[in-house]
Ligand binder design. Structure first.
Ligand code: BUP
Length: 459
């Protein structure tokens, strides 16, 4: 009803790349005293990091309500070889009808709007229509990927995809599973893409200056006529930003403490996210490249797909003697790090990244040059955005998950050194950081998009 106090129910999905930006949106809303917020939680989470961050949100915002969803039993053996996050998406989708009573629940103020993670869009949007509740979709990649989802014109022998007003995406840059119509990810992607047109709005962690053409094409109906309003609201602050009462002092030996001892812009920060398990042979080439580069480096090393099961010893993976040889100038950690903080640290000069979208936006916000080495999924599309923005360099011919070719230590050494001293990229990255700050500052494009979204919740 108009003027009534909004009650927004957030429906997250699995994976830190989905959860972190979602938590930022939740926190942005929870900071408004006159908005009620509920979050659907599914426990146990797939990874320990997800459980920690959800707990952090509830601790930081005691007013935020929890609505527990108990998944139906799910037989993962139907999908051998798929990653645990994708399996959780499928399990969530198959339990999605259980969201109906949670949303309709008579207790507490009536839910007036839903914000769902895109992985559940095709199930949640119809429920919201039935219940006459607004439904907004939180999209977790770039606007360019959103335009691909919106087109959802995949078919046998997909080929290059031409998105009107946006760009042509060569077939080899598409997420690998999309070439197979029987893949469970592809089915989800197509279903969500077809239904998303019925959403009341879409929130995207990007900003106008980062993807001007894609955002304009989506908004002008060039991609799909009548597409819902697209609110580019990034980059948002971390969900614990304003609530971290006292910045805790960093324990000795922690990445931040170590960075504090390094000269300005001298360190290469290396991280490939936590979902892509880079092969051991490739990890050893990366190690060799970093060692030979002579640069200082901070490497967040993940060796399996899910952090909970990650017990492999670093020495075992990188070969004995490596840590000894790089001691003092290289730090390798398997722990969860606060990447956003690391990217803002003055000692860091380059980010060697898998170009997961959140990583890209965090780098853009920090004015940090990227050396993009996409590994899978949407990452090559993200890297196209990096390359066209000029704030990073995309190694277009470096290998992709499922390809055999190893990128050699020598290639890595050469590129790292080159981009570390590339003044043009550094200037462009700084400009991008300024544009990001402007977007979220009062009156900026993302600020206004967020206001518009909140305005709709009150309507
Ligand atoms: Br690992 C790691 N600390 O130690 P992307 C990741 N992150 O803050 P995508 C940390 O997780 P995958 C860590 O800053 C980013 O916000 C990072 O999202 C954060 O990766 C997020 O970059 C990762 O979009 O893959 O594509 O979701 O799940 O492998 O990280």
């Amino acid at each position: 009803g108009s003027g009534a106090r909004p009650h927004v129910m957030f429906i997250p999905s699995a994976g830190m790349g989905h959860l972190l930006p979602f938590l930022r949106v939740i926190a942005a809303l929870a900071r408004h005293d006159d908005v009620d917020v509920s979050v659907v939680t599914v426990l146990p989470t797939v990874s320990a990091a997800e459980a920690d961050h959800l707990a952090g949100l509830f601790a930081a915002f005691p007013r935020v309500r929890r609505a527990d969803l108990h998944l139906l039993p799910f037989d993962a053996s139907e999908f051998p070889g798929h990653d645990p996050f994708l399996l959780r998406w499928e399990a969530l989708r198959r339990s999605a009808h259980l969201l109906r009573p949670l949303i309709a629940c008579g207790a507490a103020p009536r839910v007036s709007a839903i914000v769902t993670d895109v992985t559940l869009a095709s199930h949640v949007i119809p429920i919201s229509k039935e219940l006459n509740v607004q439904c907004h979709v939180h999209f977790i990649s770039c606007a360019t990927m959103l335009s691909l989802l919106a087109k959802a014109e995949l078919g046998p022998g997909v080929g290059d995809v031409d998105i009107p007003g946006v760009r042509r995406i060569p077939e080899s840059y598409l997420p690998q599973p999309l070439r197979d119509l029987n893949n469970v990810f592809t089915k989800q992607f197509i279903d969500n893409g077809r239904e998303i047109i019925n959403a009341d709005g879409i929130l995207v962690n990007t900003f106008d200056a980062l993807e001007p053409a894609a955002l304009a094409a989506l908004r002008d109906g060039k991609v799909v006529p009548g597409f819902p309003p697209v609110n580019a609201i990034g980059p948002l602050d971390s969900h614990t930003a304003s609530t971290a009462n006292a910045k805790q002092s960093e324990p000795a030996g922690s990445p931040v403490a170590w960075l504090g001892e390094q000269p300005a812009r001298s360190v290469v920060y290396v991280a490939f996210g936590n979902r892509s398990a880079v092969s051991r042979d490739q990890l050893r080439q990366i190690a060799a490249g970093l060692e030979a580069s002579g640069c200082r480096f901070l490497w967040v090393l993940k060796t399996t797909t899910v952090d909970k099961d990650d017990n492999t010893e670093v020495e075992d993976v990188l070969g004995c003697g490596f840590l000894e040889r790089v001691r003092g100038r290289g730090l390798v950690t398997k722990a969860w790090v606060d990447q956003e903080a690391l990217l803002k640290h003055p000692a860091v000069g380059l980010f060697l990244s898998h170009s997961g979208w959140n990583s890209v936006v965090e780098a853009a916000a920090a004015g940090m040059p990227l050396l993009a080495w996409p590994r899978g999924g949407d990452q090559r599309v993200n890297a196209m955005v990096v390359a066209s923005g000029g704030f990073g360099v995309w190694m277009e011919h470096w290998s992709w998950d499922g390809e055999d070719r190893l990128v050699t230590g020598e290639e890595i050494r050469e590129k790292v050194k080159e981009v570390m001293s590339d003044a043009a990229v550094r200037v462009r990255a700084m400009k991008t950081g300024e544009e990001a700050a402007k977007a979220v500052a009062e009156g900026g494009t993302s600020y206004r998009s967020m206001q518009e979204f909140i305005g709709k919740l009150r309507a």
